[in-house]
Design a protein around this ligand. Structure first.
Ligand SMILES: NC(=O)c1ccc[n+]([C@@H]2O[C@H](COP(=O)([O-])OP(=O)(O)OC[C@H]3O[C@@H](n4cnc5c(N)ncnc54)[C@H](OP(=O)(O)O)[C@@H]3O)[C@@H](O)[C@H]2O)c1
Length: 303
């Protein structure tokens, strides 16, 4: 039985970030401007606080102008909309990210749709969704987690993905759907599976590429994986870890890693796979947004 190659998302993300840092320095030399990222956090959700801190730190490490707005949990929708409007009009800010989830009294859709599409570095605005869906990826801002997953696939496979069978498990707007659109744009034959899919193991067995974005710990078993397939595990699930003591927890993906690694050709670990790529691609999107807004010619694609 073959042991899968481990896809080291941490290492790939570090190399992406170092290339972005170099490109940001060139942009500064050419234009006197730094890419500007504004991250907005409403409330005190601990996981969101960690994400926002990491994004802010990554932006600073890349040499960006980075601004963090932390608002109280009871901030009104009108105040948040006013802040987004102000950031939309701020020439020093090229990317705006409003950390989700927002408190229940705020209409998420309304807030996300107010962000100017060219500053929408999360890629959630319908204009960016539409550009990706209609094959105009070059002019869109693509959601960071699927973009990072595709980058890992391309680096791993080193050959065109055209003609490969890809199964994406999950159809969320944040991961599953944009992932499927990206794979289709690479000319894969794409199947999108979800909670109503019949005989999911059999569907997955036909896949050369499996992307799991479900949110169910270790749901995808090794016996579902076609020998030699490439497995990208987007899931991040916190589960009890009794081996480490009472109350201890650990992170696992949506794929039963040990089993799948016996069969797959290559697989991402959790943590250390897709996760680090998400922030790297946020930096890439911010740099892209800045170049477009400053009217500077695009640099070659990172992947
Ligand atoms: N690495 C990262 O940076 C990153 C970023 C974002 C998300 N994530 C992780 O990725 C996972 C998915 O996130 P998400 O936002 O896409 O989740 P989501 O919005 O909850 O969507 C989950 C999808 O999985 C499908 N599903 C649920 N149970 C299923 C089952 N038994 N069989 C087949 N499909 C099933 C759902 O189908 P229906 O549509 O039919 O309900 C849905 O489409 C989570 O673990 C999340 O933490 C990681």
């Amino acid at each position: 039985m073959s042991k899968a190659n481990l896809i080291d998302g941490k290492a790939v993300a570090a190399s992406v970030r170092s290339e972005i840092t170099a490109r940001a320095a060139r942009l500064l030399a050419e234009t006197g401007k730094r890419p500007g990222l504004a991250v907005v956090l409403v409330g005190e959700d601990p996981a969101s606080q960690v994400y926002v801190r990491n994004k802010d730190r990554a932006a600073e490490a890349c040499g960006f102008h980075s601004v963090k707005h932390t608002l109280a949990a009871d901030t009104s929708e009108a105040s948040l909309l006013a802040l987004v409007t102000q950031l939309n009009e701020d020439d020093a800010i090229h990317g705006i990210l409003v950390q989700l989830p927002l408190p229940g009294h705020i209409d998420e859709t309304k807030v996300l749709r107010l962000i100017r599409p060219e500053k929408d570095v999360d890629g959630f605005h319908p204009v960016n969704v539409g550009l990706l869906a209609t094959g105009a990826r070059d002019t869109a801002l693509v959601p960071c987690t699927p973009a990072g997953s595709l980058a890992l696939l391309k680096r791993t496979l080193q050959t065109p993905l055209a003609g490969l069978n890809a199964v994406v498990i999950g159809r969320s707007n944040i991961v599953g759907k944009p992932m499927a659109a990206l794979l289709l744009a690479e000319s894969c034959t794409v199947t999108i599976a979800h909670s109503r899919t019949k005989d999911l193991p059999e569907v997955v067995r036909g896949a050369d590429i499996v992307v799991a974005a479900v949110g169910r710990p270790e749901m995808v078993r090794g016996s579902w994986i076609k020998p030699g397939a490439t497995v990208i595990d987007v899931g991040i699930n916190r589960v009890p870890d009794p081996a480490k003591g009472e109350g201890a927890t650990k992170l696992v993906g949506d794929v039963a890693f040990a089993e799948a690694a016996e069969v797959a050709g290559a697989i991402t670990p959790v943590p250390g796979g897709v996760g680090p790529m998400t922030i790297a691609m946020l930096m890439a999107n911010t740099l892209t947004a800045a170049r477009r807004q400053l009217g500077v010619a695009p640099e070659p694609e990172l992947f």
